[in-house]
Design a binder for this molecule. Sequence first.
Ligand SMILES: C[S@@+](CC[C@H](N)C(=O)[O-])C[C@H]1O[C@@H](n2cnc3c(N)ncnc32)[C@H](O)[C@@H]1O
Ligand code: SF4
Length: 350
Amino acid sequence: MNDSGKPKRLALPKLIEERQKVEESSRLWDRYAESIENAVLSEAPPVPNTMLVEVANICNHKCAFCAYPLMTRPSQVIDPELFKDIAAQAYELGVREVGLHGGSEPLACKQLEDHIATCRDLGFSYIYFSTNGSLGDENRFKGIMDSGIHSIKFSINGGDRETYKKIHGRDHFEKALKNLAFVSEYRKSCPQEIRLSVSFVEVPENAASLPALQKAVTHLVDEIFYIPAANQAGQMLNLPISPTIPDTCHIPFNQINITREGYLRGCCNDYQNKLAMVDLNEVSLKEAWAGEHFRSFRRRHLSGDLVGTLCQNCIHGANDLAAPLRPELGDWGALREDDRDVIQVGIPKT
Ligand SMILES: C[S@@+](CC[C@H](N)C(=O)[O-])C[C@H]1O[C@@H](n2cnc3c(N)ncnc32)[C@H](O)[C@@H]1O
Ligand code: SF4
């Protein structure tokens, strides 16, 4: 609380302010800034405008900066009936924007088009996802756009085939570019406006290839979003703390995150469900958002008492084995260690 008794508002991290100045028409940075500025820091904040659903915790890539390849939680897709139920509850509660990627690859879910259509039919005004763009062909992307998507972000983290292969662990540079070019063209004939962007997560191994990527895709997209690689919710410990997190993390206060099991979770990038809090197969979304498990988690954020949680590793760069908040929802232990050295880049090996 501040002196006037109103919940404190968060200041924007410097990197976001700088990027907004440099890229004056960046919808993605503006949306990021809004999600921080609109966060209400109280233990029971209003239901936010945005929900992120992990439709599958499956991915076909092994990006060098991403913790996904180290996940031990079993890979599956969300139950389609559960998806419908959660989407309907969210809409009823006033949620109007839905992201369908979570921390994995949305195109790994064969029902993705149905999920998009469900959200469109419910009336969501902004349906979006981020993808590596390599699973599926033009037909798949056509189906996705015909189902009602409003925004697609392609993650292309190399500006040439070799760099891309080194970073993504897959030789899909040309396929991703081909699909991007198709989306760029086909969206012109769709009834709804479809935003198209490319993101580039920067590490020393790919930094020099950004200009080549810009040259290859600028004419196809509305924006290119580049960001330094960060420790991804405290799971990639050779990478720095994220420069986009404000003094108090806004996510528990202003974003609904749903796992493919149907759990309400504290953060989208939590691959081992350390921050899974409430099972929505049993409890309504309304009760879960305002209930004691989530209140207690937000109190810990407000008081800074995060020792033993994944958030402590994320915000402070600690390297502790985080305990799950609710082990009864599944305790998947630590991320895999075996090929961490092979797939992690960004920091010289000691
Ligand atoms: C985890 S991915 C999931 C969606 C999809 N598979 C993709 O790659 O777009 C979501 C976004 O997080 C980014 N990302 C992954 N690891 C990151 C890291 N360590 N630091 C910053 N961004 C990261 C990805 O590049 C992508 O833009
Ligand atoms: S960043 Fe996306 S594409 Fe790359 S491994 Fe992670 S989830 Fe897969």
